[in-house]
Ligand binder design. Structure first.
Ligand code: ADP
Ligand code: MG
Length: 272
């Protein structure tokens, strides 16, 4: 690589809201054929709000206190349901699944339902369903809405115009994923994906030829960000995602990926 061109490329990008950790990534980016995107916090704003629930006040206080310990965007929405937090004894976050904790010797789980069949009405609205289990028995649910980032639609459109295929990979359920994908113009979706499977999908597209870019914000995206040819983290995301990325988006949303690819193409056509 030509250092001068790289410096110019990276210097330009700082102003554009891109923090480049690995200069080689800019070089790779001009050959990107597939952009895999996480949904929650990446395509969407990641500032979700609880819009519906069927829980009593006491349970709300407990689960809000549990979620206070998590960085997940959904956790933040749930932790806002009280300002009277209680002490949590034992806590375990399961990436891509939810969070488990003990309160007064009672086990609580807040996270992804095993069975979505009871929630079709809520899912049709594009909301995400989070289930609450008490001592492993289903106790209630919360419906959460997470608006799409204003630039997501345009970013997807521009990627397509550049001949790049945008693909959604999400831990969320099929229905919610479909509705969000449709709203931004993504045709290919992988839903209900476990963190390790995000990496498997990256490998699958790498095998097709062409470089694969992954963009994500969560703990569940870390392995995929590391395994992709270019890993891009959303700056407001979790530390684990940021630590595993080549590039960090520091301003606004995923349209910055389009900028980054254009910078790459420009920088390396200068070298030629
Ligand atoms: P995405 O891939 O869209 O960012 P995640 O893989 O982070 O989504 O999460 C997948 C699903 O797991 C969420 O839709 C939610 O149902 C559940 N989940 C994960 N972490 C939490 C948490 N801390 N609290 C509640 N639900 C969670
Ligand atoms: Mg996410």
């Amino acid at each position: 690589a030509t250092p001068m061109a790289l410096i110019t490329g990276t210097g330009l990008s700082a102003k554009r809201g891109l923090l480049i950790r690995n200069a080689e990534a800019i070089q790779t980016m001009k050959d990107v054929k597939f952009v895999l995107m996480d949904k929650t916090g990446t395509i969407t704003e990641g500032h979700p709000k609880v819009i519906e629930h069927n829980l009593d006040k006491e349970t709300l206080k407990v689960i809000a206190s549990i979620e206070k310990n998590s960085n997940h965007p959904l956790a933040k929405a749930i932790s806002e349901l009280t300002n009277n937090y209680i002490k949590i004894e034992k806590i375990e976050e399961i990436p891509g699944k939810g969070i488990k904790a003990f309160v007064n010797n009672t086990e609580y789980f807040v996270g992804k339902p095993q069975d979505y069949s009871n929630y079709s009405k809520i899912l049709e609205k594009g909301y995400t369903v989070v289930e609450v289990k008490v001592n492993t028995k289903t106790h209630g649910f919360l419906a959460i809405v997470d608006p799409i980032r204003p630039d997501s639609l345009n970013a997807v459109k521009m990627l397509k115009n550049m001949g790049i295929t945008p693909i959604m990979v999400t831990g969320d359920n099929e229905k919610t994923a479909e509705i969000v994908a449709k709203q931004v113009g993504i045709d290919k979706i992988y839903a209900q994906v476990k963190p390790q499977e995000k990496l498997d999908i990256i490998r699958k597209y790498q095998a097709k030829g062409g470089k694969v870019l992954m963009v994500g914000d969560g703990m569940n995206d870390a392995a995929a960000l590391k395994g992709a040819d270019v890993g891009i983290a959303i700056g407001t995301g979790t530390d684990l995602a940021i630590d595993n990325a080549d590039i960090i988006i520091t301003k606004e949303g995923i349209s910055k990926i389009v900028d980054a690819i254009k910078i790459s193409q420009l920088t390396f056509s200068v070298i030629k």
